[in-house]
Design a protein around this ligand. Sequence first.
Ligand code: AMP
Length: 215
Amino acid sequence: MRLILLGAPGAGKGTVAKMLTELDGSVQISTGDILRGAVKAGSDLGKKAKGYMDAGDLVPDELILDIMATRLQEPDAAKGFLLDGFPRTIPQAEALTEMLNKLSIKLDAVVNIDVPRDVILDRLTTRRTCSNSACQEIYNVKTKPPKVEGVCDKCGSPVIQRDDETKEAISKRLDTYNEKTAPLAGYYEKTGQLLTVSSTSSDEVVAAIRERVGA
Ligand code: AMP
């Protein structure tokens, strides 16, 4: 399937994307994961992106669009893709529409995962992430701790709190989301592609998506 997953940081986009990949082999494309990998590798992209990310700001559109223009054409995306964290601004959405038209790719839906702010804040402050950029499994100290404290169940790498998951950066990321990304719901509402799911349960979100796209 070909989906865009919209929703605030901590709404569950990554969890839902991972669950959907298991259904039909669609690939999860997370711009946040790609950028964190680049920061860890110390690449040019990583050096340019790190300051914005740590502050909870968005990385400039040009950098993201370059990444996505290439990523969408990689062979694994041919089976389907779940866009997690992209687009995040109206110019990114417009550029994506153009990219998809050029590639003659049609989206199945744009899913807006709607979760109350207090739940988001609680999730983000208790979230932990595998530090291995090829893994990036997500844990939660309250609801899904790793079996061995601080160690990833999947790959054995250290599980850490992300640099942008301090209280200040979280609050900045949520403000950035409300200002720049929330308007995308209106953009996709107009195209008739929007499916809004108000639920804190990833199972329910996945069920609503399956019903919509017939998977
Ligand atoms: P995420 O893991 O999706 O919350 O992304 C972490 C950080 O990466 C964001 O706070 C931004 O700094 C940056 N980022 C990820 N995706 C994008 C995007 N589509 N546009 C701009 N910045 C992004």
